[in-house]
Design a protein around this ligand. Sequence first.
Ligand SMILES: Cc1cc2nc3c(=O)[nH]c(=O)nc-3n(C[C@H](O)[C@H](O)[C@H](O)COP(=O)(O)O)c2cc1C
Length: 364
Amino acid sequence: MGTNMIRREAIKKILEAGVQAPSGSNSQPWQFHFEGNDTVAVRMLPELDHPVLNVRAWGTLFATGALLENILIAAAYEGWKISIVLFPKADDRNLVARISFIAEHEANADGGTKELYEAIFKRATNRKPYGMEKIDGVIRERLLAAPSEAGIYDIALKLVDDRGQIETVARAVSVNELVMFRNKRLHELFMQELVWTEAEEHERQSGLYLKTMELKPQQERALKLFRSWKTLNIMNKLVGAARMIASDNAKVYAACSFYGAILCGTEDVDIVHAGQVTERAWLAATAMGLSFHLQTGVNFLAARLETPEGGKIFTVQEAELIRGAYETVRNIFQAGDRFVPVVFRIGRGGEPSARSSRKPPIMV
Ligand SMILES: Cc1cc2nc3c(=O)[nH]c(=O)nc-3n(C[C@H](O)[C@H](O)[C@H](O)COP(=O)(O)O)c2cc1C
């Protein structure tokens, strides 16, 4: 193998770590282009993300931020000096980053970098109920240090651990399901994203794999019935099915030690930074043996309401529920005039029952 080939193989290995990042319904909305031997362009593919939730491609930008954070950590671990320029071309928004692999030096990663690198492959969404004990001291401080560890100072990460506040956020977050199981369009999109069997998961390597939803057997059976909008609609009228699902979920969401939130601006670069900081916090949590569950439904639905299509998608009552829930989240985290793209819950939840698959990095 020539040196260029060796270099490409090394870069591919770093990108492999990159694509382990979380993305909305595991959409993996990114693509890579070699520009010469030492530069890789990272393009986002917003059309792969949820057409209603992905307001202004924020979900895609956030996921791409998480991808870049993994790449920075993996490069440090593999002994590469790299530089990342965000949005290098003013007229090409989908070109999110250009990464230059500047020099290879001795791989002598410190213990902290090794720990984070290993966490990239261990990290997963855990939708189980977690223990509710208070976790304080070093662990809390390390989670709060995520922005400064990522070297990003225009993003705030906040945590709450008061039981009342956790329960309030959990109820607000569950408004996502309340609306999703009442709204025909959202229901249809959710059902398209669900992956029902292990075989389908292996084939698609994207989407929301049922086994990662951590449902009880009777909930799984109900979800199968509710694939049909007609059935769900009748059950909503007869027994308030959506209300029951949301209320069950709120109990699971409240089972945690912390709720966290990211506060940021609404420029593209802010959302990429928010993804980077969240990934840092998630990897730190993983390295400390904690479970993590990112939640964005209510936040992105609230943003969708502010766009011209918003008024067409939701009923007046749904719009009120979404606005109220997002306001609650903003108040609890004292967001002021800042945007809250995501909240997340953290705690001791053990191992998730299943993990989602990944496609290899797509090189074009
Ligand atoms: C922008 C974004 C939004 C997400 N929103 C949610 C959410 O609202 N609820 C949820 O359970 N998971 C959410 N996730 C987690 C993804 O579903 C998850 O990362 C993906 O399915 C891959 O699984 P993994 O995290 O276990 O690797 C979100 C992830 C991203 C990046």
